[in-house]
Design a protein around this ligand. Structure first.
Ligand SMILES: CC(C)(COP(=O)(O)OP(=O)(O)OC[C@H]1O[C@@H](n2cnc3c(N)ncnc32)[C@H](O[C@H]2O[C@H](COP(=O)(O)OP(=O)(O)OP(=O)(O)O)[C@@H](O)[C@H]2O)[C@@H]1O)[C@@H](O)C(=O)NCCC(=O)NCCS
Ligand SMILES: Nc1ncnc2[nH]cnc12
Length: 294
């Protein structure tokens, strides 16, 4: 995709790319522990249609994030103010998502992460008319400086019952979760998953399945830890991912059989890879911007 856009087109194009990334991710199958068009995995309250409804309900939100990024006038040290604007937009988008899905959490993680990246991309393309992923990440890091410290210092005053899974895991294991990943400039996405996807051969489906398994094998998915109730599940997941690649990944019939077996295990143990799915969405977003996918 060539990003040679007028100021007017920029926000619509970026929100469309964000929406496409959400839709591509749910279309990928067979995904272990996640909703896809063939199986809802361990998510009895969702189907692929819930995700389509949720993704399309976020179009307006992503457009607003892009506009915020495009209009923000950068002077040194002020990018965290842009994040303040995004958080307010994000809180509203979360409400819209829950209204659309009748209270089911489809895209809470993506509202946060994709909103930030869409705004950072709009800002990057306003400052420099040639698209560059590394510049988007540099803006993201400046925007999110202090996020982990600021968010987690507030939780001491929060009653234990109202802590989120991410907050509980920070207190119990010291894991900074999606906030840490975001503040560091999404290294799992830009240093691991995106380079992997760029060089991976095969159909779009095969490349995206392999990218998901690569992510799941190299991240602390707080959704997986929450469902398992034990952070050691991460080591188990990393072993599964290594085995999958030893079998040759999605292009081999052994790899395909293994994915289906893994889905059965996820189903029987009620495990989910929601955090890895979010990171796949972000990887797809960058790959679309770079013209690496159809
Ligand atoms: C900073 C926020 C993301 C808030 O974080 P919060 O503390 O509220 O929640 P976390 O538990 O830390 O995680 C939030 C979602 O982030 C996704 N996620 C988790 N780990 C990772 C990871 N390593 N990489 C990427 N993304 C990650 C995850 O979303 C996915 O899982 C969802 C299902 O989760 P959940 O409902 O908790 O679990 P289930 O077991 O499936 O549900 P039950 O059946 O048990 O009910 C699914 O949607 C995936 O998307 C986490 O959900 C940010 O939200 C924030 O700042 N919020 C405040 C409001 C705001 O400002 N929002 C917009 C900001 S722009
Ligand atoms: N396909 C999917 N299934 C379950 N949770 C998700 N979060 C993001 N994408 C998801």
């Amino acid at each position: 995709m060539t990003l040679d856009l007028s100021a007017q087109q920029l926000s619509s194009t970026l929100s469309q790319v964000g929406e496409r990334a959400l839709l591509y991710e749910v279309a990928v199958n067979p995904k272990p522990g996640l909703v896809d068009p063939v199986s809802a995995g361990p998510h009895p309250d969702m189907t692929v249609f819930t995700f389509i409804d949720s993704a399309t309900s976020l179009r307006e939100y992503l457009h607003r994030c892009a506009l915020a990024g495009q209009r923000f006038e950068q002077t040194e040290g002020e990018l965290p103010e842009l994040f303040g604007q995004l958080r307010r937009l994000g809180q509203h988008a979360e409400q819209m998502m829950f209204e659309t899905t009748n209270g089911v959490n489809t895209h809470k993680g993506a509202i946060f992460s994709l909103g930030v990246l869409v705004a950072a991309t709009a800002q990057q393309l306003t400052v420099n008319d040639k698209y560059a992923t590394n510049e988007v990440i540099a803006i993201t890091k400046q925007m999110l400086q202090g996020l982990t410290e600021n968010d987690f210092k507030k939780i001491k005053a929060t009653s234990p019952a109202s802590l989120t899974a991410g907050e509980r895991q920070f207190l119990k294991y010291g894991k900074a979760g999606i906030r840490g990943e975001a503040e560091a400039g999404f290294p799992t996405v830009v240093e691991l998953a995106l380079p992997f996807l760029r060089q991976r051969q095969g159909t779009t489906m095969e490349r995206l399945l392999d990218t998901l398994m690569r992510i799941a094998g190299n991240t602390d998915d707080s959704n997986l830890i929450k469902r398992a109730g034990d952070a050691k599940i991460t080591d188990w997941m990393h072993v599964q991912s290594n085995h999958y690649f030893e079998l040759g990944g999605s292009r081999t019939s052994a790899g395909q059989v293994f994915l289906k077996q893994l889905n059965e295990i996820f189903l029987s143990r009620n495990l989910s890879l929601g955090g890895s799915a979010d990171l796949l969405i972000l990887t797809i977003y960058f790959a679309l911007l770079e013209g690496q996918l159809c």
